[in-house]
Design a protein around this ligand. Structure first.
Ligand code: PXG
Length: 445
């Protein structure tokens, strides 16, 4: 009997049923890349080839793959109580996980609402922002401001405030009352920046223009990724996030940081809010929350927000929102074990130690053919390539495939290569990662 991952059972035919997410289905199915197992920094594909993980899965396996304490905690939980509702009842691990999380949050973010993904975490944040103003008797604040090139998942709320055109253009009018800040990408002034770019803080002042247009008293919240990941790594210019915070404060507008990628150590501090010294009113997280072992999202809110809902008769539900799987026992078990690993191994600050090595290694590729920018922060890096005229994304795809052949997993979006390895990566593996990328870029030229 062939096993389920053997080439015999994976004929082109039976790849057809699965409509793959964010994938060129026909291209992929003609030449599939199938992963079979993973440990620490590596995947193995179905042919047994070892693949260095340069992207922590999809920016989510921060502690590395198949960590024993997480596997054990999930196995134990699934055998003890696989599911428990959290509507009008609960289970101890949900409260323990919540308490552990808020204890490590930037000051003030002391309540957490659980969901199952980054997209849901974002929808939860947007809904809480609207409901918060209404709860305070300020229901005229209904507008949400996102940013061009922002990625906030794929729910209708997330694509409405998001700014990646291909994720929006086929889905109709989306949420009303949404506007967008300009993105901060400016290669003319900032190409080959190391860490935060020098130029562009003034782009935050565009918020003032938007507020003048709509009147600030109609705006509920501004949502941004502190570092935009999905769009190809856009790092906030020095002073930019501080200005956004000040403008929001001036006008009573909530600031939401989408930390689905930056949360849990990616930048070298536990959260981007701490890294940049700017605290939002609401923070969305997912991915590294459970090391991706079990899907989960978490939306953190300030006491001011939570307290605004705690009025009215005590037997009444305060917020009509939640998911069957909010605080799923397996997610809580995985999350608690993940936090232990982060803490025991100092992983939430490890990116700060590695950042200089990472920065030097990635910027070492600056002189390779077709490289038009390199940028980095914490354990995030991106290489922006000259597009092949008339064939956008093709160069990056070519390099991505060459890396795969050489046993390295990277991401690409448009003609930008993105790197975000597990936080356990060694200095030697950083060298190996960028040597392989360099080879692929040279070969593709
Ligand atoms: N917000 C941000 C900032 C994200 O990066 C989401 C929300 C949505 O999370 P879910 O769990 O619903 O997918 C994300 C997801 C990439 C890539 O290659 C990035 C994401 C997902 C898949 C691929 O850049 N980010």
């Amino acid at each position: 009997m062939p096993n389920s991952t053997s080439p015999e059972t994976l004929s082109a035919n039976n790849l057809n049923a699965f409509w793959m997410p964010f994938t060129a289905n026909r291209h992929f199915k003609a030449s599939p890349r199938l992963l079979a197992s993973a440990k620490d920094m590596h995947y193995r594909d179905v042919d047994g080839r070892e693949i260095l993980d340069g992207t922590a899965g999809l920016w989510c396996v921060n502690a590395g793959h198949c960590r024993d304490p997480i596997s054990r905690a999930v196995a134990e939980q699934v055998g003890t109580m696989e599911y428990a509702p959290c509507f009008q009842m609960g289970h101890p691990k949900a409260f323990e996980f919540a308490a552990r999380l808020v204890a490590m949050m930037p000051a003030g973010l002391d309540h957490v609402f659980f969901s199952n993904s980054g997209s849901e975490s974002v929808d939860t944040a947007l809904k809480i922002a609207l409901a918060y103003h209404k709860a305070r008797g300020d229901a005229g604040r209904y507008r949400l401001i996102g940013r061009e090139r922002g990625y906030h998942g794929v729910g209708f709320g997330g694509i409405s405030v998001g700014g990646i055109v291909s994720n929006r253009k086929t889905f109709g009018p989306m949420l009303p009352g949404v506007d967008h800040l300009p993105h901060t990408h400016d290669l003319a002034r900032n190409a080959f920046s190391k860490g935060q770019p020098e130029h562009g803080a003034e782009l935050a002042d565009e918020l003032n223009r938007i507020l003048t247009l709509h009147d600030p008293s109609t705006v509920a919240a501004v949502i941004v990724e502190p570092v935009a990941g999905s769009t190809g790594v856009l790092i906030p210019p020095k002073g930019y996030l501080e200005r956004l915070r000040a403008i929001c404060d001036k006008h009573g507008i909530l600031l939401i940081f989408d930390e689905v990628i930056t949360g849990f150590g990616r930048l070298g501090a536990p959260f981007a809010a701490e890294f940049f010294g700017v605290t939002p009113d609401i923070m969305t997280t997912a991915k590294g929350l459970t090391n991706a072992a079990v899907p989960a999202g978490a939306t953190f809110v300030s006491g001011k927000i939570y307290d605004a809902f705690m009025h009215g008769p005590e037997h009444m539900i305060e917020l009509f929102h939640g998911y069957t799987y909010s605080a799923h026992p397996l997610a809580c078990a995985a999350g608690l074990a993940t936090l232990d690993i982060y803490q025991n191994e100092g992983l939430l600050t490890r990116a700060a130690e590695l950042a200089p090595v990472w920065e030097k290694a990635i910027h070492g590729l600056a002189d390779l053919p077709n490289v038009k920018d390199i940028r980095n922060i914490g354990l995030i890096g991106a290489i922006e390539l000259e597009s092949i005229p008339g064939e956008p994304t093709k160069r990056a795809l070519d390099i991505f495939l060459r890396c795969w052949e050489k046993g390295l997993m990277v991401r690409y979006t448009g003609d930008i290569l993105a790197f975000s390895p597990p936080l356990i990566i060694s200095e030697e593996q950083i060298g190996q990662l960028f040597d392989t990328v360099a080879e692929a870029i040279r070969e593709a030229a």
